[in-house]
Design a binder for this molecule. Structure first.
Ligand code: MOS
Length: 731
């Protein structure tokens, strides 16, 4: 057992020696071939060949009210039906307890599409048929479905230990006195993180022991949520998520499928498979809140911000304290002595809101970076120059030093590579046929965090190593980077390291979320390897620093000894744990980037086409250039979508999420995406983790959409402050 508390900067480490030469390399994903050949079993594909029941969920057809009665008689007698589950536990299963406050009152309908019953049958088709025969009588009530109408009732909230307000000095006074003032309000729509693999679960009981395969991001939290929902002690539940087809926030908590499958399996007396339909994923998991954001900037005539305010109003359902932290980057991104960043939470009776990729930055930086562009124009400054003039020396909210910050390098490198100097200064002046051409840019930032995480690393006498942790790989490359870290540390070729993930019987892990996964899980592997190396050195009677490990050999002085000889027939195994400390040398940690975009806006139709998009980012040590860049491409594509098409629409009369499938919820397709370019700058952050890396997953999404809409303005002069910027708004 080896634990490292991260409370001060770490100097050079074994990783810096790059002896094995695999750390940071653009290695293909370890589990990729399994996934694309259909041999990586996803949750729903478990228990092949076993006799199972299939579940189908019945959802509420009103937005708010009470269930008066549930008539299951016809469904029970339908062909193949094994059980119908209804009642309080079903209602509670849908209150995904991502935020601990989620308490439902039994029999209540809190949102349209809430699960109210589940049928289990011998086949999926029989279950689906019988589900239609369940008749529910409601006592409907008036619901609140419009954030704008609830805005005045907004209250401060808490999200973990994050307060909804960060203020310094006296904004109002400073703004009043400012030479140049800017005041605009932006709105962003609700978003949904409907991953390619829907929420799906297979549940199996053996006595009072429950095994659950489910598509989840944070196994340690999720297994507790399942135990609580089902009503059994957590030690009786084992949760497995070895392969996951995408997780963008709404798998941070469990879906209703996890508890319902377990209840169904109990009732039916056999294992149950339950995959939510795409429509139910949209209506019964969680979504990103729509927001209203007011930004006020006061500056000197030469472009130095003196007063900075970013106020956000977001929605959630009753009892849920999560708020979309849209001002999260505004806290530290730009200078300004007097500042006020606030969030107000407003209750609505729509599906609960929760984390969707880059919670906060994804929509907050649409507003902030658009406002920065508008203010730059008002000041007569180039948008890059305006940002540079407001680059803070230390974190502006409390004067904490930055651990590392290469934002200006990202601007400079990006501007050079993109040819920013060719940007049309006046909107509407460059044409290509009927297309108006424009350039736009925006900053990217994402606060960095390290979470407690453990991993076991075993070195066996045959010269192989195995990493085991309850970490997940949501498609981000966790398998591969953990393999790379262990291989580099232990001096092994990649194909001699195996990685086992996604099982709560393994050492507990931070899981995948908030861009902390790679750093946290990776650091635990590093910590375990350190101790293993210490043991090898001791056995050889040398100092660990003087020991070089390469290709399965320990090299000390002129001795070269194979591991098999040192291990003498017995495996060595260590559990390593990383823990965030109460940092003695406190620093503010974040990853940074800059986006540069060229669009064409059709002067006849108002249609926007993104022609080029470049992102330059710095996120500490890059563990795998390929998987890191792939996540950035994902962020760029999502950002283009959030600028131009993405919008989850609520029917303000009924609370129905209208476009609850991928046919009508518009995300970019191949034709919408031009050649994307991502450049990662060389950086080490010794304060962030033993790996000297920072989070990158969500960074590249932050700000992209504003780079696109700023380019639209530059192309045609249309400044739209309500996202997405569909062509009717451009015209
Ligand atoms: Mo991410 S929204 O933390 O899964």
């Amino acid at each position: 057992m080896n634990t490292h508390v991260m409370d001060k900067a770490i100097g050079e480490t074994r990783l810096d020696r790059e002896t094995q030469g695999v750390i940071g390399k653009p290695v293909d994903r370890y589990e990729g071939p399994l996934k694309v050949s259909g041999t990586a079993p996803y949750a729903y594909e478990q228990l092949k060949g076993e006799e199972v029941g299939y579940g189908f969920v019945v959802t509420a057809g009103i937005g708010k009210g009470k269930i008066v009665s549930v008539d299951t008689l016809a469904a029970i007698s339908a062909p193949g039906v094994l059980a119908v589950v209804e009642g309080d536990k079903v209602v509670r299963a849908s209150a995904q307890p991502m935020s601990a406050g989620a308490q439902t009152i039994d029999g209540q309908v809190f949102h349209y599409g809430q699960p109210v019953a589940m049928v289990v049958a011998k086949s999926f088709e029989q279950a689906r048929h019988a589900a239609k025969l369940v008749t529910i009588e409601y006592d409907a009530a008036e619901g609140r479905y419009d954030l704008a109408k609830e805005q005045h009732k907004g209250v401060p909230s808490m999200r973990g230990d994050m307060s909804s307000d960060t203020t310094r000095g006296n904004f109002d006074k400073a703004y009043e006195k400012a030479e140049v003032k800017f005041d605009q309000t932006y709105t962003t729509p609700s978003h949904h993180s409907a991953a390619m693999e829907p929420q799906a679960t297979v549940a199996k009981w053996e006595g009072d022991q429950l095994t659950v395969w489910s598509s989840c991001q944070l196994l340690e939290t999720n297994v507790q949520q399942i135990a609580k929902g089902v009503g059994v002690p957590v030690k009786n539940v084992r949760l497995l998520s070895p392969y996951i087809g995408g997780g963008f926030g709404n798998k941070l908590g469990i879906g209703p499928d996890a508890v319902l499958a377990a209840l169904g399996a109990k009732a039916a007396g056999r294992p149950v498979k339950l995959a939510l339909t795409r429509q139910t994923v949209f209506q019964a998991t969680s979504r990103r809140s729509e927001t209203i954001q007011r930004i006020r900037l006061g500056a000197t005539k030469d472009g130095h911000i003196t007063a900075f305010a970013h106020e956000t109003w977001a929605a959630n359902s009753p009892g849920n304290g999560f708020f979309e932290p849209a001002g999260i980057s505004s806290v530290f991104l730009y200078a300004g002595k007097d500042r006020k960043i606030t969030h107000r939470l407003c209750e609505t009776d729509v599906l609960m809101t929760s984390a969707v990729r880059a919670p906060g930055e994804a929509v907050g930086m649409l507003a902030l970076e658009n406002a920065m562009d508008e203010m730059a124009e008002q000041l007569g400054l180039d948008p890059v120059e305006f940002r540079k003039r407001n680059e803070p020396e230390v974190a502006p909210q409390d004067d904490t030093p930055f651990s590392s910050r290469m934002l200006v390098d990202c601007y400079d490198e990006g501007a050079k590579l993109f040819g920013w100097d060719k940007r049309p200064v006046k909107p509407g002046t460059v044409r290509d046929g009927e297309w108006l051409i424009g350039y736009g840019m925006a900053s990217a930032s994402r606060a960095n965090s390290l979470m407690k995480s453990s991993a076991e690393v075993e070195l066996s006498p045959d010269g192989r190593a195995t990493v085991r942790t309850a970490m997940t790989d949501i498609g981000t490359g966790t398998y591969t980077i953990l393999q790379q870290i262990a291989a580099e540390m232990l001096g092994l070729p990649l194909d001699r390291v195996d990685v086992v993930l996604g099982d709560t019987s393994l050492p507990p892990s931070a899981g995948s979320g908030g861009s902390w996964g790679a750093n946290s899980a990776g650091s635990s592997v590093y910590v375990a390897c350190e101790e293993l190396i210490g043991t090898l050195a001791k056995r050889l009677g040398v100092d660990a620093d003087g020991l070089t490990l390469k290709d399965g050999f320990a090299i000390a002085g002129n001795r070269q000894i194979p591991y098999s000889e040192i291990l003498a027939g017995e495996s060595l195994s260590v559990v390593g744990t990383i823990e965030p400390g109460k940092t003695s040398d406190k620093t503010h940690q974040a990853s940074y980037g800059a986006h540069f975009c060229e669009v064409g806006v059709n002067s006849v139709t108002g249609e926007t086409r993104v022609r080029r998009l470049l992102t330059v980012a710095a996120a500490g040590r890059i563990l795998n250039e390929k998987t890191a860049k792939s996540q950035c491409y994902g962020g760029q594509i999502w950002g283009i979508g959030s600028a131009l098409t993405e919008e989850l629409v609520t029917d303000k009369r009924t609370g129905l999420l209208v476009n609850h499938d991928l046919a009508e919820y518009h995300v970019p397709v191949n034709l919408d995406i031009p050649q994307l370019e991502v450049v990662l700058l060389e950086e080490r952050d010794p304060h962030a983790s033993p790996l000297a890396g920072k989070g990158i997953g969500e960074l590249a999404l932050a700000g992209v959409g504003a780079a696109v809409t700023n380019a639209i303005y530059n192309a045609c002069g249309a400044r739209v402050r309500s996202y997405p910027m569909t062509l009717d708004k451009v015209l």
